[in-house]
Design a protein around this ligand. Structure first.
Ligand SMILES: [Zn+2]
Length: 85
């Protein structure tokens, strides 16, 4: 029996952060995006279990990002962010 396992699947949630933030990379000030990305182990190309979660805040103009820990992410999300597609 052949088992095809992998780890390429990701799922993400995005929120528009409720405060303007300056980006030192592109020199623009805008509302940054909070993103939670879950990486999954796949079995026969179906996601079965998450093995890593990343929390980032990124500039929507140039994509410059900063990594956050879960506490900081939750705190910023609670502080007032809207779901973003
Ligand atoms: Zn930027």
């Amino acid at each position: 029996m052949i088992i095809i396992a992998g780890a390429g699947h990701t799922q993400s949630e995005k929120y528009l952060f409720d405060e303007d933030k300056h980006c030192f990379h592109c020199n623009n000030t805008s509302r940054w995006i909070l993103q939670k990305t879950r990486h999954f182990i796949t079995l026969f190309f179906l996601p079965v279990a998450p093995y890593k979660t990343e929390y980032t805040l990124y500039c929507p103009i140039c994509g410059n990002s900063v990594k956050l820990d879960k506490e900081k992410y939750d705190q910023m999300k609670r502080a007032g962010s809207q779901a973003f597609k």
